[in-house]
Design a protein around this ligand. Structure first.
Ligand code: CMC
Length: 428
């Protein structure tokens, strides 16, 4: 028998279905609340609001659990590639060798972008933020593939569109960087891996082909895997909201890129490095920044700390911390910023302000250090997050269509002026 929740309101009782998810998460289904009672719920920031039922990613914030399609992030991060992970997120199962071969072949096929599209890069000022370029270019790609404007949500056409997007996002990202750096673009090389190809497009020069080290290739795989999905975060919710109006996949993910750009979301990875560099250059003690973060009259926040869902630890941060340390050693690098980051973490873990608010390092705290070690420039960090999040955005967009969700359209409680007569201009 299904549980019910009873609401007593204005002398009447109303019953609502209680639904239990596969991991025993519970919700009260209030889809008929307004029709039955005339009331709506109020939840700015949606901290207590479920917007969908989803089979893709499970996060248990109090225990630091993250699973893609049931597989723990700790295992995927060390045993899979990003391409396998993307397949898993999109299709629900790890690929067989045959499926992986075909999926990889599709990604290779779609890596180049139309020559006319290449010309658009030179229209941006060299100072253009790569996130702005990425969002604009993702919309633009659809103009060169009109068939995707009305994309089906299943079958061969969806498979084709999904791999086109997963592949081209990486080419666009690398071209944006080359353009801003005033360097000639490098076309994709079909003989390279997904990550190797990206590194080649970023760093090869006319007289010096970039040599992809397996260590760096693996590190980049890890970074992208850890960002591949994270259930209903701000950018994924944006993709769903835009997609719910039946906007095409390209416009929906372009909107996701814009949401991700914000410093409280994906933009935090660049914010962390900027903050660590500032600590390093200024020579001020970490405590100075901690005190500022605690000061309610100061808008400064400790970048890379806190999370809406993780209230104990972020498993991605634990994996990254370990990997960054190993990567630096393997590359024979010593980064002062890693020492500062670890010191900052140590101090905050003992600080009452951070303890009482459950503020721990999140994925962005150590990810920038990994990107720095493999030579990615600071203004590309959030773009890297976007490349990683693409499978999650596509899978959520597809699932929303599969579940035939209604258009997203929240309600509000109006608090403005009540009805009043218009005042003619001469009388104001
Ligand atoms: N530094 C100082 N105080 C903080 C921080 C921080 N980084 N994060 C939260 N707080 C305080 C906040 O001021 C509030 O204090 P009080 O209860 O006294 O008003 C309390 O902790 C609860 O925070 P909140 O803002 O209500 O939490 P939220 O769930 O709305 O926001 C967050 C989550 C991630 C936006 C926030 O923690 C934050 O701004 N962190 C810094 C930016 C960051 O690292 N973002 C990356 C998030 S993880 C990856 C991603 O999504 O992209």
């Amino acid at each position: 028998m299904q549980d019910k929740a009873t609401l007593h309101l204005d002398g009447k009782s109303y019953q609502f279905d209680v639904f239990t998810g596969s991991e025993n998460e519970r919700c009260i289904d209030i889809q008929n609340l307004r029709a039955q009672t005339g009331y709506i719920t109020m939840d700015p920031g949606f901290a207590n609001t479920g917007s969908c039922y989803s089979d893709i990613t499970y996060v248990e914030g109090s225990k630091g659990i993250l699973r893609y399609r049931g597989y723990p992030i700790e295992e995927i991060a060390t045993r899979a590639t990003f391409v396998e992970t993307a397949f898993l997120i999109l299709y629900g199962e790890l690929p067989t060798p045959e499926e992986l071969k075909n999926f990889s072949a599709r990604l290779k096929e779609h890596a180049p972008i139309h020559t006319n599209l290449e010309h658009h890069f030179s229209g941006f000022p060299t100072s253009a933020p790569p996130m702005a370029i990425l969002s604009a270019m993702l919309n633009l790609v659809s103009c060169f593939h009109p068939e995707v404007l009305d994309v089906p949500t299943t079958g061969d056409e969806f498979d084709r569109t999904a791999s086109l997007l997963l592949s081209k996002v990486r080419t666009i990202a690398a071209f944006a960087y080359r353009m801003a750096a005033g360097k000639p673009i490098n076309h994709p090389n079909p003989n390279l891996t997904y990550c190797g190809n990206f590194l080649h497009m970023m760093f090869s020069d006319p007289y010096q082909e970039y040599e992809v080290s397996p260590i760096v290739d693996r590190a980049l795989n890890l970074f992208l895997i850890l960002h591949a999905d994270h259930e209903q975060n701000c950018s994924t919710s944006t993709v769903r909201v835009v997609g719910s109006a039946r906007a095409n996949l390209f416009s929906s993910v372009a909107a996701g890129v814009c949401a991700l750009w914000g410093p409280l979301h994906g933009g935090a990875n660049a914010g962390v490095i900027a903050m660590l560099e500032d600590i390093h250059k200024s020579g001020r003690p970490a405590q100075y920044y901690i005190d500022r973060a605690k000061d309610k009259d100061d808008s400064f926040k400790l970048m890379g700390f806190g999370h809406r869902v993780y209230k104990n630890f972020d498993p991605r941060s634990i994996i990254l911390k370990k990997q960054v340390d190993g990567l630096l050693r393997a590359l024979n690098l010593d980064d002062d910023l890693l020492h500062i980051a670890m010191q900052l973490e140590e101090v905050t873990l003992k600080d009452e302000y951070f303890i009482s608010r459950n503020l721990y390092p999140n994925v962005d705290f150590y990810s920038g250090l990994l990107l720095r070690a493999i030579g990615i420039p600071l203004n590309m960090y959030t773009v890297m997050f976007a490349i990683g999040r693409m499978p999650g955005w596509i899978a959520n967009w597809q699932e929303m269509h599969e579940h035939n969700l209604r258009i997203s359209r929240p309600r509000q409680i109006y608090t403005g002026k009540t009805a009043r007569p218009f005042v003619p201009l001469a009388e104001r």
